[in-house]
Design a protein around this ligand. Sequence first.
Ligand SMILES: *Cc1c(COP(=O)(O)O)cnc(C)c1O
Length: 382
Amino acid sequence: MKTAPHKHGFETIAIHAGQDPEGLTGAVVVPIFQTSTFAQEAVGKNKGYEYARTGNPTRTALETCLAALEGARWALAFASGMAASDAVAHLLSKGDHVVMADDVYGGTYRLFARVFDRAGIDLTAVDMRKLDAVRRAVRARTKLVWIETPSNPLLKVLDIAALAEIAHKAHALAVVDNTFASPYLQQPTKLGADLVLHSTTKYLGGHSDVVGGALAGEDAELHDRLAFVQNAAGGVPGPFDAWLVLRGAKTLGLRMDRHSANAQAIAEWLAEHPKVTRVNYPGLASHPQHALARRQMRAFGGMLSFELRGGEASAKRVAARTKIFALAESLGGVESLIELPLAMTHGSVRGTKLAPPAGLVRLSVGIETIDDLIADLAQAIA
Ligand SMILES: *Cc1c(COP(=O)(O)O)cnc(C)c1O
């Protein structure tokens, strides 16, 4: 694509940004540059690549595309979402403080509470729906305000613009884990976030066949500090993994539209079901932050959770009986998944105030035919 990708629509960017036909052969698809090193013409003279931890053309294509999709100036790709989070944590020094939403991805909480605690990083978890609680939690040494919206597994929606403002007043960086929404549904840098984080394992990859992560942002100095960590600590994706995420991203818009439509239909169906006591989905008018979600997001995404009459026993029974929804951790792929967060993805917060209800069922709604998905849930809940 010969013109600036930011001028185009989302789907055009997804298919073309960073993905010009390859120079040597005209290959339309970015090749997998499966090499660890690059021959140099002379000492100090090369074509921009030296060693593949520092840079690889397949990864560059992915980073260019992800930046454009986020409407951000730059992106950096990592070996996993956690490797991306780890790079952000490496911006901190002993005595620094992090304010974190109280139902972030369990692995994010664990990274700060059980790895970076040993580096002297302090952590406060707060319910970020309450802006005053966040204002009270920030301190002189607060360097990061870590936001995740919609949240996992309760689908709470947080006000990115308001939280970024609080962070900036405290001279802290606002980081948004945008994994659940994907850049198609919300672009946090446009709302004031300094850093956007993705587990590209989820919607960006989209096919449950790769583990990856990414950061995106606007500030050049922040890019340089994080690119230094990326190279110095080395949590980079291999060329094939970068290629898989790049291929997945091409259809992100189409998939998110279908994920969102299917999840909306299922949420509405569950809300009417006599055995269902509660449904958490930002697309329902009954969701406490529905108006905020409408303002902040293009659509409401493919994740939802619900509770049943009979609690944990009923939840386990339903999870054992679905035939299309596979009982599995992870999310964001084309196939529908079902799980019990407390027993599976959120085991690391069991016994803490962050623990979700034992009877909560989480669905990652895929892009299968909606009638089949509803029929599957109907027979499982019956
Ligand atoms: C999965 C996930 C992560 C961690 O990403 P990995 O790719 O598994 O390392 C972080 N945040 C959210 C919201 C996730 O769903």
